[in-house]
Design a protein around this ligand. Structure first.
Ligand code: SF4
Length: 120
């Protein structure tokens, strides 16, 4: 049995949780410290397929600011964050851009888009 401490980030309460991994033919997880079921869901997902929403910026041409704020349309696998940031670093868009506009479709072949979060 392996134990891991983690903090739930599903709401601002930030419950401190302990996750025990139980190997009994197949892997299962025992979660404690969570104040609601979302904590358990978060902990199990974090152990099996950790993902994160990304908010960042891309270069903007002809705008009143040099960078356009963007975000992923959904959470991406944690191990793809570095490649995502590298991709965003190479992107430049031209003003005008509307909030909600897709800046990159199917980011790195995933079913996830990069979306503008501000009209500029
Ligand atoms: S376990 Fe529930 S109450 Fe605690 S941080 Fe997560 S979502 Fe919030």
């Amino acid at each position: 049995m392996m134990k891991q401490d983690m903090v739930c980030i599903a709401c601002p309460m930030g419950c401190k949780m302990e996750v025990s991994t139980i190997e009994n033919g197949k892997t299962s997880y025992n979660v404690s410290g969570n104040k609601c079921p979302r904590g358990e869901q978060y902990a199990v997902k974090e152990m099996t397929n950790p993902t994160r929403m990304i908010t960042s910026t891309v270069r903007l041409k002809n705008g009143h600011l040099a960078r356009l704020p963007v975000r992923t349309s959904d959470a991406i696998p944690k191990d793809k964050i570095f490649d995502c940031m590298k991709t965003l670093d190479e992107v430049q868009v031209s003003s005008p851009v509307k909030a909600g506009e897709v800046i990159i479709e199917k980011l790195m072949g995933l079913d996830i888009n990069i979306i503008a979060t501000r009209s500029m």
